[in-house]
Ligand binder design. Structure first.
Ligand code: 6LW
Length: 531
């Protein structure tokens, strides 16, 4: 069986993997996108299906107002004694000295839920990971943020025992790493043979990213550094197709083989200008940080290496001892005939309620009620899915009768609330109902076209993406399509180009705004995404 990386395409960073019997599960970060934590399932490590989101109740998670790329960071999924454990960070202030990183645990007997209400852990830093020791004790290991200037240590990892019976952290907080080898994050602990292994990401999540391993005879340390670290990185091979490799987790297959999932990125040629205030000259990644899989093995002297004998991630891996499972064809056409929204969609920060949408008021249509504007971090009627390839088409058929310029509905390509391209229907005092485009680049708005008057009731809106090239189209009959506006630069929708965003990726979807507060409705007959 041949597996082409990335296995989870589009933004799926900070992967955590667990095997239960024949089933593999991966959890990834979702940041400001609701619901919280994406879960995928597979039986062959190649074909992955999306599962219901574990954090899908307001009582579990409140992302109202969180900053871009804040919210849910780096979930860690484990299983012990019939229970699934999911720990994660909710980041509510970052890109400042004094960060707020709250860590929580939710549990479930069934991976598809229901998941419990959150149990508070300690909040020393982000990237919490739960280790189940074979003496029954459980420990949380995480990185520690430090607001002091200068910081006390170059990097810091802390360990504290978690008592599942009292459902709280107990005992002393132990320093197990104090930056002796620089900054580390994304820690996980495993027991293998006589050693406890500390697995962590180094170099930050950019193109300098890598994965290192340390070991100790005691869970409390001291941990020794592996002389051949990093065991995974692409930092010295800029032409390699998989960049940013790091932030990894391990799993042993049923046949005893070992695998590693890690985040990676596929760069565009487009780069930030040399005078860009953030990451000058850096390559742009519209698809965000994705999830890849590597074969690994334990060396005779008890360390871990990639099976390819290098530290460079494989673009393609061969699995000969796992039978490929049949996989369902990914639906590309959503005709909103079902009474639930597809799992693929996420919305911004707050759940869509009956105040935002209906799938029953006009059966066979998704009706969105216009709420707040596209810059809002509170209540938007917007749902979107991830870009998964550099080339795709997305399209929708819409019916919308705006009465003034404050009412809009249409097709959106976005990175965050400050960076998007919006092909939409609205109303102009002179020409009436019309088609228009808003480009927002780090909050700066541009109208790249003169609005186009329309009188047909049903309008088709389409976007074609080809690497850095984004082109909008519209049609009144669904067959003949007119180009709308110029070809535009898709690369502004990337971790690197955005002022506030750092960690997500580009999305495409549909939205409706009514800034007058009258909640005008827009009806979407279907939404298509084709790669
Ligand atoms: C993740 C951390 C990181 O928690 O980015 O840069 C955070 N490194 O490990 C969000 O993905």
């Amino acid at each position: 069986m041949i597996i082409e990386n990335p296995i989870l395409r589009g933004f799926h960073p900070d992967p955590s993997i667990v095997r239960v019997g024949e089933d593999y599960f991966i959890a990834t970060s979702t940041f400001e996108w609701w619901p919280g934590v994406r879960l995928h399932h597979s039986k062959d490590l190649k074909n992955w299906e999306l599962l219901p989101y574990p954090l899908n109740r307001k009582s579990q998670l409140d992302l109202t107002g969180v900053g871009d790329s804040q919210g849910i960071w780096a979930p860690c999924l484990t299983y012990d004694n019939g229970i699934f454990y999911l720990v994660y960070t909710v980041v509510t202030s970052f890109y400042c000295h004094m960060e707020d990183t709250k860590n929580f645990l939710v549990i479930a007997e069934n991976i598809e839920g229901p998941w419990s209400e959150p149990i508070a852990l300690n909040n020393f830093g982000f990237d919490p990971s739960l280790f189940h020791d074979d003496d029954g004790k459980k420990y949380i290991v995480s990185m520690a943020t430090d607001h002091r200037v200068p910081q006390k240590f170059a990097g810091r990892l802390l360990l504290q025992e978690f008592d599942p019976h009292q459902q709280k952290m107990i005992g002393e907080i132990k320093d197990i790493y104090r930056g002796e080898h620089g900054y580390l994050e994304g820690p996980h602990i495993y027991k293998q043979g006589d050693f406890y292994y500390l697995f962590a990401a180094e170099g930050g999540t950019g193109e300098g990213h890598g994965q290192v391993i340390l070991r100790s005879k005691s869970v409390l340390g001291a941990y020794d550094w592996y002389e051949n670290n990093p065991i995974l990185t692409a930092r010295d091979t800029p032409d390699h197709s998989l960049q940013k490799a790091g932030h990894a987790d391990l799993v042993q297959a049923a046949n005893g083989d070992w695998y590693m999932v890690h985040l990676c990125g596929r760069p565009l040629k487009a780069k930030n200008p040399e005078n860009h205030k953030k990451l000058p000259g850096k390559r742009r990644y519209t698809l965000g940080r994705e999830t890849a899989l590597q074969k690994v093995y334990w060396t005779e002297d008890g360390w871990l290496r990639l099976s390819n004998g290098t530290s460079l991630p494989d673009e393609v891996i061969m699995l000969d001892q796992i039978d490929e499972q049949s996989s369902e064809e990914k639906t590309t056409m959503d005709d909103f005939e079902k009474d639930e929204l597809a799992l693929e969609y996420q919305c911004l920060r707050t759940p869509l309620t009956e105040k935002n949408y209906s799938l029953t008021e006009r059966p066979g249509y998704l009706r969105l009620y216009g709420r707040e504007g596209l810059s809002s971090r509170y209540n938007q009627s917007l749902l979107a899915r991830r870009w998964t390839e550099f080339e795709f088409e997305a399209e929708t058929k819409i019916e919308f009768q705006p009465e003034n310029f404050k009412q809009m509905a249409g097709l959106i390509c976005l990175y965050d609330v400050e960076n998007f391209y919006y092909l939409h229907l609205t109303f102009d005092e002179e020409m009436g109902r019309c088609i228009s485009i808003i480009k927002s680049e780090n909050r700066k708005f541009e109208y790249p076209i003169q609005s186009i008057p329309i009188c047909e009731n049903e309008i088709y809106l389409k976007v074609k993406m080809k690497y850095e090239k984004l082109q909008f189209f519209y049609s009144i009959d669904g067959t003949r399509y007119e180009k709308v506006g110029p070809e535009m630069d898709a690369s502004i929708l990337s971790d690197e180009a955005c002022d506030q965003g750092w960690f997500t990726g580009a999305m495409v979807g549909i939205a409706c705004q009514d800034l007058t507060g009258n909640a005008i409705a827009a009806d979407f007959d279907w939404f298509k995404y084709n790669t």
